[in-house]
Design a protein around this ligand. Structure first.
Ligand code: AMP
Ligand code: FE
Ligand code: FE
Ligand code: ZN
Length: 307
């Protein structure tokens, strides 16, 4: 019997490689991997966030609500019915000294016990802290706790944006931005910090849940995290940095670009859409197909949902 022709053998090589490619690359760009719904501090339900992304031309989208995975099922259903690929995600709160650090977690196992325990603890601390802030604000302004509840969807991760919306509804400020630069500012009299793990622990928890940890908006106005801390996060399994984000600025961005190039880290770009809560629009930054494929290949906790 004659052996397989060269054509047949190259076809079978393609077949052999297919499962890996199929797993990672059964998605289409453009990809926006950082979007918020009303399950945290965005202003629309998860399904509406997915249609907003679709309207802006996005074909692969991640939902990354703060400290919760509660929007995944609704978002996955909406995204796939629009022909989009859905990447389950979360933005995990962390804290280094006085500053907050946001760790994006892609494709973690939503049932991982340690990650769940941590997100539950953070969400409950967020609720206590919002009440304390409301108490302090109510001494000087006409605002009560019910005003804040009225701005918060059932079960949502509560944050300062909901207090901001309550202040807007009461006519005390014009918009979220004015609330954040005034009444809600960390330097002000009304601010209370929330409980959050240190950034290394946050990375360990995401990795432990099979997820891919990426630091969100890592070069904002507060400057870069100390290099030694970033090094410890990388040792713990930090996969990369969200370099494409409107809040990243200047010199820090250049430093991180070099770090990512030298260490072959994952680089993403995303909008951080919050509906009406921020000017950010879906697709204003996007992540390359190559980087999306690397995230999917690295993940062990859950899988993308395809149409
Ligand atoms: P918190 O985690 O409750 O302290 O609130 C921080 C959240 O508020 C961030 O995740 C952003 O989504 C949002 N945020 C921060 N600054 C602003 C701003 N100037 N305008 C609107 N939203 C903001
Ligand atoms: Fe937010
Ligand atoms: Fe963030
Ligand atoms: Zn965000």
């Amino acid at each position: 019997m004659p052996g397989p022709s060269p054509r047949a053998s190259s076809a079978s090589r393609e077949r052999r490689e297919e499962p890996r490619l199929a797993r990672a690359q059964r998605f289409e760009g453009p990809s926006d991997l950082h979007l918020h719904s009303a399950n945290s501090d965005g202003t629309q339900p998860p399904a509406e966030v997915m249609s907003a992304a679709h309207r802006h031309g996005i074909r692969t989208a991640a939902l990354t609500d703060h400290d919760t995975t509660s929007g995944w099922a609704e978002a996955a259903e909406a995204a796939t019915s629009l022909g989009m690929t859905f990447i389950p995600g979360m933005e995990l709160s962390a804290r280094h000294q006085w500053r907050s650090v946001h760790v994006l977690a892609y494709l973690p196992d939503p049932d991982d016990a340690a990650l769940r325990a941590m997100t539950e603890r953070i969400r409950s601390s967020r609720l206590d802290r919002a009440r304390l802030m409301a108490d302090r604000i109510s001494r000087d302004y006409d605002l009560v706790w019910d005003d804040i509840l009225a701005q918060t969807s059932d079960g949502a991760t509560v944050g300062r944006p909901h207090i901001a919306d309550a202040l807007v509804a009461r006519g005390l400020v014009r918009d979220r931005a004015e609330a954040f630069s005034g009444i809600l500012s960390p330097g002000g009299d009304y601010y209370v910090a929330l409980f959050a793990p240190d950034p290394v622990t946050a990375v360990e928890l995401v990795v432990g849940a099979g997820g891919v940890p990426i630091i969100a908006h890592p070069a904002g106005r507060a400057g870069l995290l100390p290099p030694a801390l970033m090094e410890r996060m990388l040792e713990a399994g930090l996969a990369g940095f969200e370099l494409g984000h409107r809040e990243n600025v200047g010199a820090g961005l250049r430093t991180l670009r070099e770090l990512c190039r030298d260490r072959d880290l994952i680089v993403t770009g995303s909008s951080d859409y919050h509906g009406m809560g921020k000017p950010n629009q879906p697709g204003e930054n996007t992540t390359s197909d190559e980087m999306v494929a690397r995230i999917i290949e690295r993940a062990r906790g859950s899988a993308p949902v395809h149409p």
